[in-house]
Design a protein around this ligand. Structure first.
Ligand code: AMP
Length: 418
């Protein structure tokens, strides 16, 4: 099978690494890919992944059998729909399905109709109405741009004036087309967990839980980031959380979408808050998380290519997914200045030493290959994943390996999995 993988971050390197282990894979082409993926197949840079015509041309030119989509933007842009029109299978929801992530107001509506527990929410396109509504609430206030804003469209604050200002920014277009509708939500208090599922339109299979670390610094301090690390499995979850999320969230959402004529095939990721009243959904994502994927994929005891192809054809296995009895800890090595203004162009050393280590896998994210060697090209540079019989052992392995790698300004959290 010839596979085209869309994306070029740590998540996509992890997916590509696992696809490459499938006996059914003959060729892997990644767009844009990264130096890690370049060791597994061809990488084609300079294609706008939301340009559906360009992706279709590329898939046709490379005689692709299956397209696997990593990030949300191409899904929301309708790349799966466009590929279907020319008869190419793609793993991921159609644009209509991806609205679960691309419109928070749409997701709330589906959840309401599916009877899924979530916080109350109100949508506004008028600044004065949004401001007046916030006036009637008590803090903390939760104000979100309706559409895709790369995680930057959400403000949670005690400050009413800041919340009202954010609503204005959203409606006045700070987030481009992602804004203009603002969603004000009930504040939910509790502990956050994410549950991932692979869906074939009717049924869903849960992935093992993983816990990520969003803040830049140890102990959850500093600014929010794309994610500074992750571990899996997670021991301290409410009993049967995954089973109840499948039954009470994922399956009702699939059924409600199917009732609307939307066959949802792809990953569905439910961000949940465990409140005193039970788990409630914060948001949906229509793809896997980054860095969660990097900690999950090495634990998955399945042929990923076969699994994704089966979901694309509407026939996922009728048994739970198999997992290796190992733990994984992913430590993200970041550039100076991340997340605001990451420094780039620094030489990366120590990769050879790490590639010789057992129970360690390094996934590339913000790296580039030059004539002089590997350099940094983004904020999150490398994911160093350690494996072991338990999280403590995996954590030691990850930090041992991270200790061999160096680039100017490199920093990482030291409390991942502790
Ligand atoms: P979202 O992109 O919607 O998941 O929001 C990003 C982050 O904001 C979440 O991971 C939560 O930490 C926080 N958040 C979002 N919605 C709420 C809410 N209704 N109550 C409390 N915190 C929230």
């Amino acid at each position: 099978m010839r596979v085209l993988l869309l994306g070029g971050g740590g998540r996509e390197h992890a997916i590509g690494w696992k696809l490459a282990q499938s006996p059914a894979l003959t060729d892997l082409v990644a767009v844009p890919g990264n130096p890690g993926l370049a060791q597994l197949g061809a990488c084609i840079p300079c294609v706008d992944l939301t340009d559906t015509d360009a992706v279709v041309s590329l898939a046709l030119a490379n005689a692709i059998d299956l397209v696997v989509v990593g990030p949300e933007a191409p899904l929301a842009a309708g790349v799966v729909d466009a590929l279907a029109e020319v008869g190419i299978d793609a793993f991921g929801p159609t644009a209509a399905g991806a609205r679960l992530e691309a419109s928070k107001a749409f997701a709330k509506d589906v959840m309401r109709r599916a009877g899924v527990a979530t916080g109350d929410a109100w949508s506004f396109t008028d600044v004065d109405e949004a401001i007046a509504h916030l006036e009637t609430m008590e803090g903390p206030y939760v104000v979100k741009a309706d559409g895709l804003a790369a995680g930057k469209g959400v403000l949670v604050t005690e400050d009413l004036i800041a919340a009202q200002g954010w609503a204005r920014l959203c409606i006045e277009g700070r987030f481009g087309p992602a804004g203009t509708t603002v969603v004000v939500e009930e504040y939910l208090k509790g502990r956050e967990v994410s549950v991932f599922a692979i869906c074939d339109g009717e049924r869903a299979l849960a992935l093992e839980p993983a816990r990520d670390y969003k803040r830049l610094e140890n102990g959850g301090r500093g600014p929010n980031t794309g994610g500074m690390g992750c571990y899996s499995p997670v021991a301290d979850l409410p009993e049967a959380l995954v089973e109840t999320t499948l039954r009470d969230v994922i399956e009702p959402v699939l059924a409600t979408m199917a009732g609307d004529g939307i066959t949802y095939r792809g990953f569905l990721y439910a961000g949940m808050m465990i409140t005193d009243e039970g788990p409630k959904v914060l948001e949906f994502n229509c793809r896997l998380g980054d860095p969660e994927t990097q900690a999950l994929v090495p634990r998955l005891d399945e042929d990923l290519l076969e699994l994704l192809a089966s979901a694309t054809e509407g026939r996922i296995p009728e048994r739970p997914l198999r997992w290796l009895d190992v733990a994984a800890v992913d430590v993200v090595l970041a550039s100076a200045g991340y997340p605001e203004t990451p420094d780039t162009g620094r030489a990366i050393t120590g990769m050879e030493a790490v590639s010789a280590m057992s129970d360690v896998q390094v996934f590339h994210a913000g790296t580039a290959r030059t004539r002089d060697g590997l350099i940094t090209s983004g904020g999150r540079v490398l994911n160093v994943v350690g494996l072991g019989p338990d999280v403590a052992a995996a954590r030691r392995r990850a930090y041992d390996a991270a200790g061999h790698i160096h680039f100017g300004g490199m920093h990482h959290r030291t409390d991942i999995g502790s």
